[in-house]
Design a binder for this molecule. Sequence first.
Ligand SMILES: [Zn+2]
Length: 619
Amino acid sequence: MQLAGGAAALLAAGCSTERPRPVVGRGDGPQPELFERIPLGDTRLGGELGRKIDDCIVARIFAQNADRLVEPFRHRNETSQWQTEFWGKWVLSAVKAYRYQPDPARLEKIIRSPRAIVATQSPDGYIGNYAPGHHLQAWDVWGRKYTLLGLLACHDLTGEKQLLTAASRLADHLLTEVGPGKADIIHTGLYRGMASSSILQPMVRLYHRTGRERYLEFAEYIVGQWSEPDGPRLIEKALAGVPVAHRFPPPKQWWSWENGQKAYEMLSCYEGLLELYRTTGHEPHREAVVRVFDDVLAHEILAPGSGSQRECWFDGARRQAAPGEHRMETCVTITWMRYCAALLRLTGEPRFADAFEHALRNALLGALTPNGDSFAKYSPLTGIRELGEKQCGMDLNCCVANGPRGLMLAPDVAVMRDDAGVVMNLYGESDAAVELPSGNRVRLEQRTAYPAVGDVTLQVSPEHEERFRLRLRIPAWSDRARLAVNGEPVAEIASGSYAALERVWRDGDRIELGLDFRARRIRVPGAAEFAVVRGPLLLARDARLERASLDGPAAFAASPDEHLECEPAGEAGKGIARSYRVRLRSGELRLCEYATAGNTWTAESRYRVWSPESGAGSV
Ligand SMILES: [Zn+2]
């Protein structure tokens, strides 16, 4: 195949230790995922997480006036804003919510909405709200990306052919505006073209649904343009190990084309790149995506499991205890969770599930309002939770529209299957049914108060007895795990792996898993600031639990391996369902869970993750 422009270039990786590799190419063709999702409707999450998802489905997703999100598409007068992303984000979460909890009224609401979007399509194929003469500027292509994703998700749900036709016409129209000899994708929109370039993902999906080579070629064109001299160089820099915060000099203007550190848009491009890899098998693409995961996890992920400051990477792991504004944009949290989930499916490696759970149970649940109707735009590590501004003259913002997509990932990740059986990724009260390759269905019932405790009971009930493998994630933080099947202990359980139980399973077999819930002290790399984690949960100080200042130092009495004496102290009132007493060298400190800290969303519950460590005289 003849590749256009920069797509054909063989470019040096930018580092003497790296050999040049082609940024675009076709490897071994389609790549399978090692873990496969089960139908969403076959999983039911209970417990606290399940209730929060249920609340969000009712109070946010299906409470949304969908026509209000379609309205901007009826007016072609925009020159700078991003309101056309809201419909796509909403409908993606609505489709998943419906698949998770089917309901005719919800289906009816979903079906009407893409039809209303298609009704705004002009004869040239354009769907959007940018004024003639302003196409491709600012957030125009980004909005088209979410519209494409939304139309494809609705088509997948309903099979309505006109939705796929409309999506193809939208893409074909973009192909008349952008590409070799036309506008250059990296010079459309903001952030070195990363916002526009993230249309890569739906282009790959459209290729799969239509089989039309031009969409795959356009996807490869986008990736090729990244390597142009002023492009974001997303592949070379990833392969060369350039940290995401140090890709480009600090921009003169933050919200501008020059800014190459914008976290959400950058991750969105890599998400698309992973889908392209799964289609073409071009190995450097997989390697770039995994290296970025490693870099972000090591250098950017903050104690609650997400990252960013003022929506950009900022070398956050090292700087997180220092004051900073606009930490952990919820859109970054969701995109990071999507990234982790996609890598988990591709590779079957538990570390991606660890990172996913970390973000879900702390950053994302902390950003969710107590009644499930909204999400914070940013979540501080010290401060007060607050809702973000309403954007673009609408009644929501980017993160409120996006938040439910993160929650709806949980039932998608909780239980999966592989070629040998069942994979349990998330613990918590739940019921799931998994169809084995043989067609035999297995029911899996988890009975547990996790994450309040680390003990999980799992009842395994196949329709017919059968030999298969059941894998259980043992998180990397669980140094000491106990596992037994029908009372028989299983030896050699390693943290950071899947415990594989391969046997003939019979109705009523019972697994008991005990994860290590000893509290641990964690620290900011290179600094004397400490925080406390217990199981998957980050703990925090909260003004409701401390009469004196929240900001004083704390001398934690940690063992040489950083474990702490930490006793659950029950409900603490004022919205704190669970509190903990952590022993200090002198006295104790009351903590609650980060996701609960600050949950009055007022100064009454000001909270703090990191405590300066000190010796004598500390609290
Ligand atoms: Zn956002």
